[in-house]
Design a protein around this ligand. Structure first.
Ligand code: NAD
Length: 311
């Protein structure tokens, strides 16, 4: 496994990292025992960054992850969780300082740890950004000053929210998703600015939340029909070339120097092992170009959050 520095932090994160949302049965009903084995396999094979949120499976993912972490020494992993998002609808968000503090305490209890390495505000495009800058991020900064969290950041889908955040506040890192993958590379223009400011980049969802897998997108996937159709064609193209599309998708996403780590989610120990082994192999550049061409001239994005926060 290769490791990269996360922005200006002292963290050295594995190039491929583990996203725990599937532990909340977000994609399919999972076996808890298999989920726990998946976490152990990831850490045994050198993955040292694990990401979760109280939102995933309405606290289930944090609870299952907590069980998995019990037998792993604390210095073997870097742990991030989030605050602010607790459900799918606007009323399920609460970015108040009071809720952020109680949320962190509840997460620590479920995870069975004394502290987290990174606390993110979860999907800030669903918030009024004035509240994020005036109340939520100052609360994260205070938690950092008090030593309760080591590093702070924000997550979300539109690119614009990251640009606005780094213009207004000093954060350590961002977690972006579905914006640097085979079908959409729209994160790229912002990367030099993030690098200049020393803001670390964690990129999530290299398969586009299941789009670029044999099973395909889950029923709740927000992509437009033209994107889902193109993804099916991409799977067929890779099948003809005898390449697992998930292998290509992972190798493409991790192949960018400015991205410190790429988070992939699975609750299957065999799949995490495959993912880590694939990450060590070179990208088939020609096939990647052919797959990328399938997504030319179609709308690969979807709306997320308040209209004024969208790109
Ligand atoms: P992903 O692209 O990692 O895809 C996950 C899907 O791919 C699951 O259905 C999984 O079963 C499947 N998969 C993984 N490896 C496979 C393999 N080898 N073969 C076949 N299928 C495979 O998307 P994700 O899980 O949404 O993202 C990864 C993580 O990033 C999340 O778990 C979460 O921690 C984080 N994330 C954060 C945000 C946010 O903060 N807003 C958003 C998205 C993701």
């Amino acid at each position: 496994m290769q490791y990269r520095k996360l922005g200006n932090t002292d963290l050295s994160v594995s190039r491929l990292s583990y996203g725990a949302s599937p532990l909340g049965s977000v994609f399919r009903n999972i076996s808890e025992e298999e989920g726990i084995r998946t976490v152990h396999t990831a850490v045994d094979m050198g993955v040292n960054l694990i990401d979760v949120s109280p939102y995933y499976g309405q606290t289930v993912a944090e609870t299952v992850l907590g069980k998995a972490l019990k037998s792993i020494p604390r210095d073997k992993y870097i742990l991030s969780t989030k605050a602010g998002r607790y459900g799918a609808d606007f009323q399920d968000f609460d970015f108040s300082a009071k809720r952020i503090r109680s949320s962190l305490e509840e997460s620590l209890g479920r995870l069975g740890v004394d502290g987290v390495d990174i606390l993110f505000l979860h999907d800030i495009e669903f918030a009024n950004l004035k509240q994020i800058f005036d109340e939520s991020l100052p609360c994260l900064q205070a938690l950092k000053d008090e030593g309760k969290v080591k590093h702070i950041g924000v997550t979300g889908y539109p690119i614009k929210i990251f640009d606005k955040t780094i213009e207004n506040f000093d954060i350590d890192c961002i977690l972006t998703y579905c914006r640097y993958a085979l079908y959409d590379t729209s994160l790229e223009p912002l990367l030099p600015k993030l690098q200049d400011k020393g803001v670390g980049v964690i990129n999530a969802s290299p398969t586009g939340m299941g789009l670029l897998t044999q099973r395909g997108a889950p029923p709740w996937h927000p992509g437009k029909p033209e994107l889902l159709d193109a993804a099916k064609k991409a799977v067929e193209l890779c099948n003809k070339a005898n390449v697992d599309i998930t292998e290509l998708a992972l190798q493409f996403a991790i192949d960018h120097d400015t991205i410190a780590s790429t988070l992939v989610g699975t609750a299957n120990p065999v799949n995490i092992q495959k993912n880590i082994e694939w990450a060590e192999k070179p990208l088939n550049v020609e096939l990647a170009q052919e797959v990328r061409a399938l997504f030319n001239n179609i709308d690969v994005t979807w709306p997320s959050g308040h209209p004024e926060n969208q790109d």
